[in-house]
Design a protein around this ligand. Structure first.
Ligand code: NAD
Length: 487
């Protein structure tokens, strides 16, 4: 059974039950995760609140030293951690390694906190008066993560929060809690003072208590837009600052002048990598013109039929860059199968049927699935399916293609494939999405830049990672001061 990490010790706490953590490739039970009660959450928040005064006064360079210690441990254990991510999530080993690379990159960016947290000073704001802006830590911060990036997503927040002088309570996804459990052990080994970082396992009960708790000053959640709406309402009611990063339906627009062979190569990993369970996965292709539609469908169908579907830890395929693993659970698989049924009922053309693929006997596998002749507004276009299912639409022009994606509820990422600077420039300016790619399949920004969408994909204003998130983890205090001459 997994334990919570509170006040610097591993501890069994009040719980309402246990949930099995499953390897989605094999069905094997890897661990039991406790469903902590509100009393357990309160103890973690108390520990974080008690640690805050001393931690916030610790010099910033000393605070980042603990992150250097963590980085050494992460690097030493990188391969073991990648396997753990693959075991609990089902993504391929190369995808798990890429996740860890981005996790580490976020630590590296947070090392810059002595510069990033600097305030400002204005000499002569008025006659004999100076102005000053201080950036101060806010207090206890908390975060709840999704199942699809069990290591990387918490690191969009955690290293910045700590380096800026806040204390932290993390609730990993109850479906994939093992990666952060392991990393919490590494954090402990750095000698970080007790209570500065705390880990509480559980489900929505933990999230609800963290949002309601008066001592939690900032709360971040990455998950479905449905959960994000709850976060936005509940945190606003509690008078708390929050971040709520939600779901997606990412479109790839292919223009007539695109390098279609390269575009399709990108699409295969973008649509089917991580079994389509990336928030930046492409799940809708918009082909501009008849000829582009035909070529994209032909080439994508041929490529999808070659995708290897297997347990990603099978030694025969472990080194393959593109292995289609399972989706996270039987429930997720059931939903995806229902959406495939819906697409057929809606009259879309099922070009590749993932239900018919040769699938491993155990685990929650679905083969690559492609729908053609999809019209905007069909349920398979509106809905975030979060599986290896892609819909292909046709537009008559650039304007119509942009209208299709701008009319969509979500606005996380979108890419255009074109060799023309003119179309690329218009796309950058006109597409209502937070992260834009030009000839890039998954335009997930590096850790030095902000990460976050628009519309229903981001129900708050401050984005994750990079310089942007420091605004979230600090309060600016503005000083206006003068001194009269000595009498
Ligand atoms: P989820 O919303 O089910 O769960 C996310 C977290 O919220 C978990 O920790 C869970 O315990 C908690 N939670 C779930 N329901 C809750 C409720 N009713 N009240 C309070 N807390 C609740 O999401 P998931 O299935 O784990 O993750 C997949 C989703 O996350 C997809 O929609 C994906 O697009 C999204 N995602 C978005 C981004 C982004 O950057 N925008 C990144 C990764 C994943």
């Amino acid at each position: 059974m997994l334990k919570n990490y509170v006040g610097g010790v591993w501890t069994e706490m009040e719980r309402s039950g246990l949930l099995p953590v499953e390897n989605p490739s094999t069905g094997a039970i890897l661990a039991q995760v406790p469903l902590s009660t509100t009393a357990a959450v309160d103890r973690a928040v108390d520990a974080a609140a008690a640690a805050f005064p001393a931690w916030s006064r610790t010099p910033v360079a000393r605070r980042t030293e603990y992150l250097f210690g963590l980085l050494e441990r992460l690097r030493a254990q990188e391969e073991a951690l990648a396997r753990l991510i693959t075991e609990e999530n089902g993504k391929s080993l190369p995808d798990a390694r890429a996740e860890l690379k981005r996790l580490i990159e976020n630590c590296e960016v947070a090392f810059g906190m002595p510069v990033l947290q600097q305030g400002d000073k204005l000499i002569g704001a008025s006659e004999g008066i100076d102005g000053e802006v201080l950036r101060l830590p806010i207090g206890v911060c908390a975060m709840a993560g999704p199942f699809n990036f069990p290591g990387m997503v918490p690191f969009w927040f955690l290293p910045y929060a700590l380096a800026a002088g806040n204390t932290f309570v993390l609730k990993p996804s109850e479906q994939t809690p093992l990666t952060m459990q392991c990393i919490a052990g590494m954090i402990h080994d750095t000698g970080l003072p007790p209570g500065v970082f705390n880990l509480v396992h559980g489900d929505r009960t933990v999230v609800e208590r963290l949002m309601d708790h008066p001592q939690v000053r900032g709360f971040s959640l990455v998950g479905s837009s449905r959960t994000c709406r709850i976060v936005a309402e509940r945190c606003a009611r509690a008078g708390k600052r929050y971040q709520a990063m939600g779901g997606a339906k990412n479109h790839l627009v292919v223009m007539p002048d695109a390098r279609i062979d390269e575009a399709v190569r990108n699409m295969v990993s973008s649509c089917f990598g991580c079994a389509g369970q990336r928030c930046m996965a492409a799940s809708a292709i918009v082909a501009v013109g008849d000829e582009v539609y035909r070529q994209v469908c032909d080439q994508l169908v041929a490529a999808a039929r070659k995708v290897v579907i297997r347990d990603p830890l099978d030694p025969a395929v472990a080194a393959e860059p593109m292995v289609l693993g399972p989706v996270i659970s039987a429930k997720a698989k059931q939903f995806i199968l229902e959406m495939i049924e819906t697409g057929v009922r809606e009259g879309a053309e099922l070009l590749v049927d993932g239900r018919q693929a040769a699938l491993p006997a155990r685990g929650h596998f679905i083969g690559p699935t492609i729908f053609g002749r999809v019209r905007p507004g069909m349920a398979i276009h509106r809905t975030e399916i979060f599986g290896p299912v892609v819909v292909v639409l046709q537009a008559a022009s650039f304007d119509e293609a942009v209208r299709i994606l701008n009319d969509h509820e979500y606005g996380n990422g979108a890419s255009i494939y074109t060799q023309s600077g003119y179309w690329a420039r218009r796309f950058k300016l006109e597409a209502e999405c937070g992260m834009i790619g030009v000839n890039v399949g998954i335009p997930a920004p590096v850790a030095h830049l902000p990460f976050g969408g628009m519309k229903a994909s981001l129900l708050s204003d401050i984005k994750a990672q990079g310089r942007a998130v420091i605004q979230f983890y600090t309060d600016s205090k503005i000083i206006t001061e003068r001194f009269w001459p000595e009498a």
